[in-house]
Design a protein around this ligand. Structure first.
Ligand code: DON
Length: 304
């Protein structure tokens, strides 16, 4: 299959199309990004890689970081995490408070903001230096030491993070947050503010395509069973209230972020990351969705 040809054509086609999306504006620091950036990186489990456009430029990975924190929590705490967070799609926006009170402070899944805050709380309890330890974990699975969090983005989020403050305080009132609200929020924002390129994201997500084993040194990071759980959670919850549409059109486990990135995984075959900052109303990148839909349609490489 000529991946290079297919993806280059998609990059040209999607670059020419009118993009009706808008940059995330509720985090002021994120508005500084150039809206026309557009990168694609495909990393197959064989030796083939394809990088196009702005695929080597770092951007704010935002909620894509929730896959890394879930992975680390599952690895070091195990199935006990599911007592504090569910595995069902929410059908609501990523920052909706509606279900959280009705369901007594137990978030539907680890990828909505409330669920990621519970995972953050679990990791703050377990790790000596939560931020550095998590960055080191991501550096290890990416085989890349050059991964950092952007402090001005984290500070901007904290300053305007009224909804996240509401989530965490509500969960604290139900006893589902054990540490100080400030400490957990700081860690959560630092994770959202991590910057990686499409190339770095595709490379780090190979772990999930490869049954939990790092392709570069064959080290098992996750059991096949935990890898299945993470991929299933991405499939059902990774794109929030657009997860059904994503399964319908793309057919891969995937995770989006309001920085405009989407990463998707085809088990045993490849990981692909796309970045284009303009988002649809659900907070997902318009161009990234389009590229993924066309890519799995043309290659017939989806899980369905
Ligand atoms: O907490 C927030 O709202 C952001 N730091 C992350 C949200 C996000 O990326 C949702 N994804 N599409």
């Amino acid at each position: 299959m000529n991946f290079d040809h297919i993806l280059n054509n998609l990059h040209v086609k999607c670059s020419a199309e009118k993009d009706t999306g808008k940059i995330a504006n509720y985090i002021p620091e994120l508005k500084k990004v150039n809206a026309n950036k557009f990168g694609i990186y495909l990393d197959t489990l064989s030796t083939e890689q394809v990088g196009i456009g702005d695929c080597n430029e770092k951007f704010s990975i935002q909620s894509i970081s929730k896959v890394f924190t879930l992975t680390l929590a599952l690895k070091i705490i195990g199935d006990k995490i599911w007592k504090r967070v569910g595995v069902e799609p929410s059908g609501d926006p990523f920052n909706s408070l509606v279900q959280l009170e009705l369901e007594k402070g137990i978030p539907r899944n680890p990828f909505i903001n409330s669920g990621a805050l519970v995972i953050a709380d679990l990791l703050v309890s377990k790790l000596k230096n939560p931020k550095e330890d998590t960055l080191n974990f991501i550096r290890k699975i990416s085989n890349n030491q050059n991964i950092y969090s952007n402090e001005s983005i984290a500070a901007s989020e904290k300053k305007y993070g009224f909804k996240n403050a509401a989530h965490i305080n509500l969960m604290k009132s139900f006893g589902n947050i054990k540490n100080s609200v400030d400490e957990v929020l700081d860690y959560y924002y630092q994770m959202c503010a991590i910057e990686m390129s499409c190339k770095e994201l595709a490379s780090s997500f190979q772990l999930f395509a490869n049954g939990g084993v790092l392709p570069y040194n064959n080290e098992e990071i996750l059991t096949p069973s935990y890898t299945k759980r993470i991929n299933a959670t991405m499939q059902l919850c990774g794109l929030y209230d657009e997860a059904g549409n994503f399964a319908f059109k793309v057919g891969l486990p995937g995770k989006s972020g309001v920085g405009g990135g989407i990463v998707a995984v085809c088990p045993h075959k490849y990981a692909i990351a796309i970045w284009s900052p303009k988002l649809n109303k659900k907070g997902n990148s318009v161009k990234a969705l389009k590229v993924l839909e066309e890519f799995t349609t043309q290659t017939e490489l989806s899980i369905f």
